[in-house]
Design a protein around this ligand. Structure first.
Ligand code: DAK
Length: 260
């Protein structure tokens, strides 16, 4: 039997999804996009999964972009479908009701960086290289790169990466605000899992509230964003987890959140 194109590994409440085309530097062809979309849909509805970690197989790449060989052969209707599929996947990840952490273990280029930027947090290995090289192919980013990079790191970073097309080091990506942490290559998995496990111990409904409020806030005026925050805040008073979190503080013990 052939290897799955996306592998799934559960470590307690942390689900690790790995794009598994290392011989093609985990480039995103249609099958990979579809399989990832299904994997994220499944993670969204599986109550046992509290956090998702996304990474690429092998030592070299997170994801080196959309599959150029496949793209080269697409007809316009197929190109449109490819685009829709990619956009749908990125939105599904961004709107997942639980945190998604990208573990960037090597090249994150083009669609690969766009995929990492759709995740909620990014931890990069020191040796990782990140970029939007589409300009070198006579293209522009097509899975939301211009828009997410702009929102994540501002206009200077978006223009630097998209206009020049040259990959940047993980350290530079950190300086630009594109990645949250840069860690030694040998530490990448342990440090990423440590963050994921911390998230897995947190109150899921409150995590979801943060994701919803921050994402919605990026798209609206401050006043509306504050209204949204207030509504989310109020809703959490209906949860057992809020009673548990505040109760545990008062009783000087660690909380145990039940996702209720
Ligand atoms: N696609 C397909 N195959 C790729 C690939 C890619 N993006 N990147 C690497 N590979 C394949 C190589 O062809 C090679 O395959 P074989 O020849 O062994 O069969 C294998 O992976 C190993 O790669 P290299 O031999 O090139 O490895 P090196 O260490 O020499 O170089 C590299 C590593 C990452 C510098 C180099 O592979 C590279 O420059 N790769 C391309 C990076 C790139 O340009 N990425 C951006 C792709 S464009 C759209 C929406 C979004 C997009 C497109 C359309 N729509 C709205 C329709 C997104 C576009 C992109 O992501």
């Amino acid at each position: 039997m052939s290897e799955p194109i996306v592998t799934t590994l559960d470590r307690d409440a942390v689900r690790i999804l790995t794009v598994n085309r290392p011989d093609k530097l985990n480039a995103l062809n249609r099958q990979t996009l579809e399989t990832l979309d299904q994997a994220f849909a499944a993670a969204a509805t599986d109550a046992a999964v509290r956090v998702v970690v996304l990474t690429g197989a092998g030592a070299k790449a997170f994801v080196a972009g959309a599959d150029i060989a496949e793209m080269n052969r697409l007809t316009p209707p197929q190109g449109r479908d490819f685009s829709l599929l990619g956009q749908r996947l990125m939105q599904r990840i961004e709107r997942l009701p639980k945190p998604v952490v990208a573990m960037v273990n090597g090249y994150a280029l083009g669609g690969g960086l766009e995929l990492a930027m759709a995740c909620h947090l990014r931890v990069a290995a020191e040796s990782a290289r990140l970029g939007q090289p589409e300009i070198n192919l006579g293209l522009i980013p097509g899975f939301g790169g211009t828009q997410r990079l702009l929102r994540l790191a501002g206009r200077a970073a978006a223009l630097e990466l998209c206009l020049l097309g040259s990959p940047v080091t993980a350290a530079r990506a950190f300086e630009l605000g594109i990645v949250n942490r840069v860690v030694a290559d040998a530490e990448l998995e342990a440090q990423t899992l440590q963050i994921a496990e911390q998230l897995a111990r947190s109150a899921p409904l409150a995590l979801r509230g943060v994701l919803d409020a921050v994402l919605a806030g990026g798209e609206c005026a401050l006043e509306q964003g504050l209204e949204f925050e207030t509504a989310q805040f109020g809703l959490l008073f209906a949860t057992e987890d809020m009673r548990e979190g505040t109760g545990a503080f008062l009783e000087r013990r660690k909380p145990r959140f039940a996702n209720r």
